[in-house]
Design a protein around this ligand. Structure first.
Ligand code: GLV
Ligand code: MN
Ligand code: MN
Length: 412
């Protein structure tokens, strides 16, 4: 069956969405339930309605857009991604999976055949951790990986709870009601930009994801003795920033020590207080992100970092506390979906390679409740989370074509 992708329309829609942002184009900032996020959601609903799709929103704002199949008793097939964007991000991360997923459904509609299984386009709430400090909030809630106490503890930078924020955005019902039963989807497949350089470097249009690396993150608070930068002599100091410096180097050492390029560790947040040039720091907060495709090895790195942090703080006479923010297992993609994606690539004569996703995605959590896989397309220079993130209309259309053919195989 021929499927035609309306690349011009999709490009116009991606560009339109990019302008619903808190920062000027091509920079995109769209934080969960901010006025621009609410506007973007409303505009997207006009597109869903134009395509004659049924929309359901859950209690945390995950949106399910259904093209009903002929067999209402068959478990649906899902696709989708996110449209929230970290501050000063680009216009393709997540968006390609939502608007591209919509175009895949429209292409299938245009082909004139109705699938047996319904196809759901899912727009996940807050894949990005910007507002509540947790990535993949919507898919975590769907998969039931967060306990009630964890959800109740969440606060945004203004001190608002998730309940308050979602009520302001018009979401009703208990948070738990957003949980989905196991195998609620026959299959889930997410289209996304690679966010890394491999496909571009190898001149390949499609990456078939076989596994998603396991992310963990931890917060350290180091408390020492502040004071006057001129008058407190060096032997008398308990400077937590020096303990923090040791921790940062230990992070790099621990990641390198595994000898695997799949292990990565980053200290992306360092907050020093009081933060004045002539003041010895009193308090330092560090947030550390550790990932690996091997969950046990990742945990070993985490343990080595924790022990180095404890040792440096104790030796320097500083107070020390640690808080595990998240520790998620890796995901293995479902072989049947991987095979369906590869078959789609072969039919379209698009070369592909298998690869792992080093970034996390909502698919990491969907994989806990249903068979899941991902399709990657190249992005220029591997850049992502920055305004010059770019995939060409042709690269996006090829990804959408592969997605559409994959959905067709899974749903017919
Ligand atoms: C997702 O944005 C990630 O940090 O992997
Ligand atoms: Mn992102
Ligand atoms: Mn993303």
């Amino acid at each position: 069956m021929t499927l035609t992708i309306d690349s011009d329309r999709l490009t116009r829609e991606i560009e339109h969405l990019a302008h619903i942002s808190d920062t000027p184009y091509p920079s995109v900032t769209r934080v969960l339930f901010s006025p621009v996020d609410v506007r973007a959601r409303a505009w997207l609903k006009t597109l869903y309605a134009e395509a004659g799709l049924l929309v359901r929103e859950d209690s945390v704002g995950n949106t399910f857009v259904r093209w009903a199949g002929t067999d209402p008793t068959a478990a649906p097939v899902g696709t989708g991604s996110h449209t929230d964007a970290i501050p000063n991000a680009g216009r393709f991360d997540g968006v390609v999976g939502v608007l591209g997923g919509l175009e895949a459904i429209r292409a299938l509609q245009r082909s004139g055949r109705r699938p047996r299984r319904s196809i759901d386009l899912v727009m996940f709430t807050a894949e990005e951790p910007t507002r509540f400090g947790f990535g993949c909030l919507g898919s975590r809630v769907m998969a039931g990986t967060l306990a009630k106490w964890q959800l109740e503890k969440l606060r945004d930078p203004q001190g608002l709870t998730l309940d308050e924020a979602r009520a302001q955005a018009g979401c009703t019902g208990t948070i738990e009601s957003a949980r989905l039963p196991r195998d609620c989807y026959h299959a889930f497949v997410e289209l996304h930009i690679e966010q890394g350089p491999l496909l571009e470097r190898e001149g390949l249009p499609i990456g078939v994801v076989t596994a998603i690396a396991a992310p963990a993150s931890i917060r350290f608070e180091l408390t020492g003795e502040g004071g006057h930068a001129g008058t407190v002599l060096m032997p008398d100091r308990h400077d937590p920033s020096l303990a923090a410096a040791e921790v940062m180097l230990a992070i790099e050492r621990a990641a390198l020590a595994t000898g695997s390029r799949d292990t990565v560790a980053t200290c992306g947040l360092v907050q020093v207080q009081p933060g004045a040039i002539n003041s010895i720091p009193r308090h330092v907060k560090l947030e550390v992100d550790v990932r690996d495709i091997d969950g046990a090895r990742r945990d070993g790195v985490l343990a080595a970092i924790k022990s180095a942090a404890h040792e440096a703080a104790t030796r320097r006479g500083c107070g020390f506390s640690e808080q595990l923010i998240n520790s998620d297992p890796p995901a293995t993609c479902a072989p049947v979906i991987v095979a369906a994606v590869e078959k789609a690539c072969a039919e379209l004569r698009l070369p592909s390679r298998r690869m792992i996703s080093r970034a996390y995605h909502d698919s990491l959590f969907m994989a806990q409740i249903c068979p899941t896989a991902m399709v990657f397309i190249p992005c220029q220079g591997g850049y992502s989370h920055r305004p010059d993130e770019y995939s060409s209309p042709q690269e996006i259309a090829q990804g959408v074509a592969v997605l559409a053919r994959t959905l067709e195989q899974l749903a017919m």
